[in-house]
Structures are given as C-alpha cells and as structure tokens.
Design a binder for this molecule. Structure first.
Ligand SMILES: [Zn+2]
Length: 372
C-alpha cells in the first residue's frame, strides 16, 4: 500500500471550506486551459474532513461555476447539502475516497486521448512515455452514475494500490492526488501518455477538435450560412437536414482529420464511448457512394445528432450553437476511437440497451435543465 503523506493531509485540514471551494474552481480552470475539461463534462472534488467531500455540481459549466455552487457530500451515506445538486458521478468519488484514505483530491474527466484508450478493451495499459514505464489500470464498464460503476472503481483501486490514476472503461479518467497540483499534472501527463499509446500501438496520431467546414443556423425560417461562397452541394446537405429535422436550429460542420477518415472509410459508427451514446445517439450509419455528388443519399435520423457525408466529414446538429459544437467535439472523439479500435483490432462497442438508457436519461436531464 502507498505510504500516507501526512504532511499533505494535515496541510489540507487547516484550509477552510471557502478556500477549498475556490481551489476546486482553480483546478477546473487549469484543466480547461489544458483542454481536458469542457462544458459540464467531468467533475472535481476535494476531501473535507473524514467523512465528507466537496464536489462540483451537476449541469453547470466550469467557467460559470462559483464557490457557493459547490456541494458538500457525505462519502458514507451520500447525503448532501448545497444550492445545486451534486454531480451524478459523486458515487465514484465517494467510493474512491473510501478506498484510498491518502487521497485528498479527485479529478474525473472525459479527456480525448485517455478516454479513447479506455475503450480498447485492454485491462491494463502499459505505456512508455517521457522515459517512464507507466501502467494505467482500467476499471470495468458500468453505466455512468450507478453504484455498480462505483464498485468497479473501488475494486480497481484496491487491486492497484500504487496507482494514482486509472481509466473508466469506455468513459474517462480518474486521477487521485494529495494536492491540487498533483491531480492537474497527472491528468495532463495521462493525456500525453495515452496519445503516445494510440500512436505506437494503434497507429493513430490524430489531432482532436473542430476543423471548421460550413456552419449554418436557422433564422426566421431561412438558412443563414456563417460564411459566404457555400457550394451548391453543401447547401443541399444543409437544406435536407433542416427539412428532416425541424427540431434543429444549428449545424456545425466538422472536417477534422478523424471525421474525414471515418466519413471515407466506415459504413457505421458504433458507440464506443458513453458520451457518444448520450449526446449523438445509439449508432450512426454512414452512407457510401455519395462522393459529394448532387442528388446523393444522406442518412438523417430523428434520433441521431450528426450526419456523415462521404469524404466531407460530419455535420453536427443542435438546438443551439453550443449544443451543435458539443456534438461536433463528441463526434470527433468517437471518430478517433473508431480509427484506433479498427487499426488495433481492439475495441468493444457498448450494448444497445445501455446506450438507449443513457440517451434517454441524457435527453430528459437536459430538457429539464433547459426548462430551468
Ligand atoms: Zn464522466
């Protein structure tokens, strides 16, 4: 078992609750600056005495988070107080604090390369990065927010007592630290190491994010393109999407390297990652034989928030710009995962029933938040 760093623990005990809350916001800011935490995805906590933790709330953007939004949760019985509901992943944090009494801070992210590495079906990643031999254990899959996922995390931490970071299969990362700095540094290091792993073992070295194509939005019943000079072929794609999806108001066209590869090579994009099932859908069919010609076939489904066009990347749909951009980021990560999985011959797609549950829950939760 890892030795307890009592000086770090006692130093944290002397901090008042207000400064710990501010520290969480600072961690979120630093993770955001490193591109590891976006929107409301992921969560951060700090231990507060023997039986409590402070944790980021559910459904609030990190850039909007204020100290009094942070919730205080009992790690034994999960009772909580605060203005906002704690993150639904509080069970995982509580289980980790109980399994690891030396841990003072926990960061959970859906950061791209580490999350992609988590979906390859490998239980124990062995990575050589920056002159270090690194081992990253992977906790077994369970639906997010469930007691089963918390149990899987606890048993993974118990089996690997020396590991300060683990992956959650098909979902994301968990970094445990004795200080805020340690947690941030570990998250950054893990991302770099996992990118090396994907390059070496899966022959997949792809940048992540959005490479702008042709975006548009609906205004007073007509399509407004963000740029002039839109080819007729592209206009037809936008027109058909808005016609078949009257609920959509924004389209973000992502021509990232990974999206282009998948749009050229794949006929289906299966959910390898939780956030894909939640935000995009339970699977995406990709048409072939379109090749950008007029009159080709598009597959626009009422339950899938992106549309692939062969050799042209992916058109991502949303009720507002933020939602469409979120779909574009998630689709890009899913495409990197698809390429890594197919090149390495590993990768296990999530079950359809699990995906349907996640998709339904996500829609319900965000519909309720939007109403508020
Ligand atoms: Zn998560």
């Amino acid at each position: 078992m890892k030795n307890l760093n009592l000086s770090a623990v006692s130093e944290n005990l002397t901090k008042d609750i207000g400064s710990r809350r501010r520290e969480l916001i600072d961690i979120a800011k630093r993770l955001g600056e490193n591109g590891l935490l976006v929107r409301t995805w992921g969560n951060i906590s700090v231990r507060d005495g023997k039986d409590h933790m402070l944790i980021s709330p559910s459904g609030i953007r990190y850039e909007d988070m204020e100290a009094d939004n942070i919730c205080r949760v009992n790690i034994r019985d999960l009772s909580w107080d605060g203005k906002l509901k704690p993150s639904s992943e509080m069970l995982v944090h509580a289980a980790a604090y109980i399994a690891r009494p030396d841990c003072e801070y926990i960061v959970h992210t859906h950061q791209t390369y580490a999350t992609v590495a988590s979906c390859l079906g490998i239980k124990d990643l062995k990575i050589y990065s920056d002159d270090y031999d690194l081992r990253i254990p992977v906790a077994d899959y369970a639906l997010p927010g469930t007691a089963r996922l918390a149990d899987n995390v606890a048993s993974c931490l118990n089996r690997h007592r020396g590991s300060d970071f683990i992956l959650l299969s098909n979902h994301g990362t968990l970094c445990l630290g004795e200080s805020a700095d340690e947690c941030v540094e570990q998250s950054v290091y893990m991302e770099k190491a996992c990118r090396h792993y994907l390059t070496d073992k899966c022959r997949t070295d792809l940048d992540c994010g959005i490479v702008k194509g042709y975006d548009s939005h609906m205004e007073d019943g007509r399509i407004v393109y963000e740029d002039g000079d839109v080819p007729q072929r592209v206009k037809r794609i936008h027109e058909e999407i808005y016609k078949k999806r009257p609920d959509v108001s924004y389209i973000v066209h992502n021509k990232s390297e990974a999206s282009l590869i998948v749009s050229r090579r794949a006929t289906v994009l299966r959910p390898l990652l939780d956030d894909f099932a939640q935000i995009i859908g339970t699977g995406v069919r990709i048409p072939f034989n379109y090749h950008g010609r007029d009159g080709g076939r598009l597959i626009v489904s009422s339950k899938v928030n992106c549309v692939f066009v062969p050799d042209d990347g992916v058109y991502c749909l949303g009720d507002d710009l933020e939602e469409a951009r979120a779909a574009a980021l998630i689709a890009d990560k899913a495409c990197i995962a698809q390429v890594a999985a197919s090149r390495s011959g590993h990768g296990k797609a999530l079950g359809l029933i699990d995906c349907m549950k996640m998709n339904r829950n996500y829609r319900k939760k965000y519909a309720a938040l939007a109403k508020k």
